[in-house]
Each structure stands twice: as structure tokens, then as C-alpha cells.
Design a protein around this ligand. Structure first.
Ligand SMILES: [Zn+2]
Ligand SMILES: [Zn+2]
Length: 50
């Protein structure tokens, strides 16, 4: 596995990799998860979620 150190975004519906030093791929996911938004899909606008 070449992806050691990479972790998935903590947003339940997000398929992206989290950014370094963060549990999320973007502020969108961080805010959405913290706010317990019940979205039907991730809207972070990264390719895996579009
Ligand atoms: Zn996403
Ligand atoms: Zn995300």
C-alpha cells in the first residue's frame, strides 16, 4: 500500500481523502459533520464526490 498516512475524510458520505493535518478533506465536510447535517450526499466538490 502506497497510501500510508492518508486517511479518509470523516464526513460520513464523503469518499475523499482527508487533507494532511485534518480529519476532513475540506471545510465543507468539517462544518457539515460538526453541524450534524443530514445531507444525502457529500457536496465538497472534489472529484470522488461529484
Ligand atoms: Zn467529499
Ligand atoms: Zn470530505
Amino acid at each position: 500500500m502506497a497510501d500510508e498516512g492518508r486517511k479518509k475524510c470523516k464526513h460520513n458520505l464523503c469518499e475523499c481523502e482527508a487533507e494532511e493535518g485534518s480529519d476532513y478533506c475540506s471545510r465543507f465536510c468539517e462544518d457539515a459533520q460538526k453541524a450534524k447535517v443530514t445531507a444525502i450526499r457529500c457536496d465538497c466538490q472534489h472529484a470522488p464526490c461529484s
